[in-house]
Design a protein around this ligand. Sequence first.
Ligand code: SF4
Length: 516
Amino acid sequence: MKKGILLIHPPTAKACEAPGGPARLAGTLRRHGVAFRIWDANLEGQKRLMKMAAQSSADPQNPGTDAWTRRSARHLSANLSALRSGELYRNPDRYRRAVKDLSRLLATAARPFGVRLSLADYEDERLSPVRSADLLHSAATPEVNPFYPWFHARLPMLLAEFPVSHIGFSLNYLSQALTTFAMAGFLRRTFPGIRIVLGGGLVTSWMRRPGWKTPFEGLVDDLIAGPGEAPLLNLLGLDGDGRPDPPDIRAISPADYLSPGTILPYSASSGCWWRRCAFCPERAERNPYLPLPPEQVTTDLRILVRETKPALIHLLDNALSPSLLAALAADPPGAPWYGFTRILPCLADSKFCGKLRDSGCVMLKLGIESGDPGVLASLNKGIDVRTAAAALKSLKAAGISTYVYLLFGTPAETPAAAARTLAFTVEHAEEIGFLNLAIFNLPAYGPETREFASGEFYPGDLSLYRPFAHPQGWNRGEVRRFLEREFRRHPAVAAILRRDPPFFTSNHAPFFVPAS
Ligand code: SF4
């Protein structure tokens, strides 16, 4: 068979934009003349399940359906269209109702399979995505997966239209793992001659573990860690020239994502330029920092914007570098954009923030983590509370919204330090657009892990975390209680949390930022 590849973005992930990894691979595969197709099985699969749930709720033979599901079924196509129009985002209550209704249909379709499914997550009551035995079980019994009734018919159709020698899965989130393996098991059984390749962020994390040995022999032919362009070309018998390519989102079908216009995903780098924060997986996995030159990024973006006319650019970097921010401010891409960055001195400069806003920056995601100087120092974040406060003020004044990430229960945090984070948040509540609150997990590997690990592993040989006993007894239970009873309940914090778009969170947040 002539060499060719079908790249699959498997369920379940947020279906609001084209997947960044496959889009980038598409650019490289096209330039090298490889026969390829990219299939967004996530979006298609979710829509198919919603439709199946809607049809079965309308069936008079199915009297068990509740009023909420029947309402969701009636409004399915109206809700899908509304999510693709800007109008809905001007009415947060209507938006919330629409996404909850869509998610209700997914939950209804998956319930008979013992799976809790939503627009953003997949949780199996029996199988765990961090246990290789469970992933192999999912591969051996694909028919117990809620997406099986759809993919077991759809995959043979796709392969009849476009026969390939290789099938690659882009596996980035735990919520995709069990369905990826169900699809891989079905393919292995039905098309034994096709080679199965796994890559993506989650696979990279597995393979960077010390002493990694694949438990998937016989099912998965090739596993790829890190950027997939060169290894994928090699598997297809080609040599890459190492030149990075811009993403090709038009190669991905279907294009009707659940967003009001195209979102253009773009990575200006892999790894992280800072790479010093304690407990950071990027550091533990020793992922190298590989940036594109800022001039190439701004040129790529201008061309891509002209070609795809996006409603929004999503910069996927772990942390946008100061030089890239300066390049974007000097040479705007021509469409609104957002991305993750660190608290940087340039963000405390109101003139610079004004230029960023003029370049199209609508929102910055910021890992502030704590309002306590001692905690920040212990995490080696390289930021101080005063600069963070000044940055929040300057960004707000410039009309750039912020999605602030806070982390509780780190080894150096005490209840008093957590209270200081609450005080910081309240003091800057007017300047914070959105909030993400997380409880610390101890990574399974990394320079600091041995010092704090209180046991070998969480159940699951693929777990990325280890049990952790807080050195001062500020354990998960207490932290959770503090968050529920004090932090989230503070009126200033509660008002910020209410703005968070359910399920789509930061991916849809920029659409709620008022135009300045
Ligand atoms: S900025 Fe983010 S990605 Fe970079 S080292 Fe810190 S936590 Fe890791």
